[in-house]
Design a protein around this ligand. Structure first.
Ligand SMILES: [Zn+2]
Length: 130
């Protein structure tokens, strides 16, 4: 198994030996049961980002979690890419600090504010959906 992390931050060429992902991928050549895992925050522009390219070539799975109130399966978006609605809710106190007790995720199904105490339960019940 080869794990690549923060792929978008890799240089195009490492010490004249070429693409670091290609170099690492070649390490699997001698194995029949290889696995390659790539992760990254997209850090390069669309159309140039290596992790975006790989994601678009994949089955485009995203991790979905169920709402504890209405069971709607959803991605934990900070901001919904379609509606542009922010899903992460919090309020600030008089010192302009986030009030930890106010942090919640807004369900895309029932619009309930889901308190953070439900997060682990939601993650445990989550699943990757293509
Ligand atoms: Zn809900």
């Amino acid at each position: 198994m080869v794990l690549f992390d923060e792929v978008d931050g890799y240089p195009i060429d490492v010490d004249g030996e070429g693409d670091p992902v290609a170099i690492g991928t070649r390490r699997t050549d001698g194995y029949a049961d290889w696995k390659i895992v790539k992760g990254s925050t997209p850090a390069k522009p669309k159309g140039i980002s290596p992790i975006e390219r790989d994601f678009l070539r994949s089955d485009m799975r995203r991790f979905h979690v169920p709402c504890p109130f209405c069971s709607a399966q959803q991605v934990l978006w900070w901001r919904d890419p379609a509606s542009k609605q922010y899903r992460l809710f919090y309020s600030v106190n008089a010192d302009n600090q986030v009030d930890p007790a106010s942090v919640a995720f807004i369900c895309s199904g029932c619009q309930a504010k889901i308190p953070e105490r439900y997060k682990q339960q939601m993650l445990n019940a989550g699943e990757w959906i293509a």
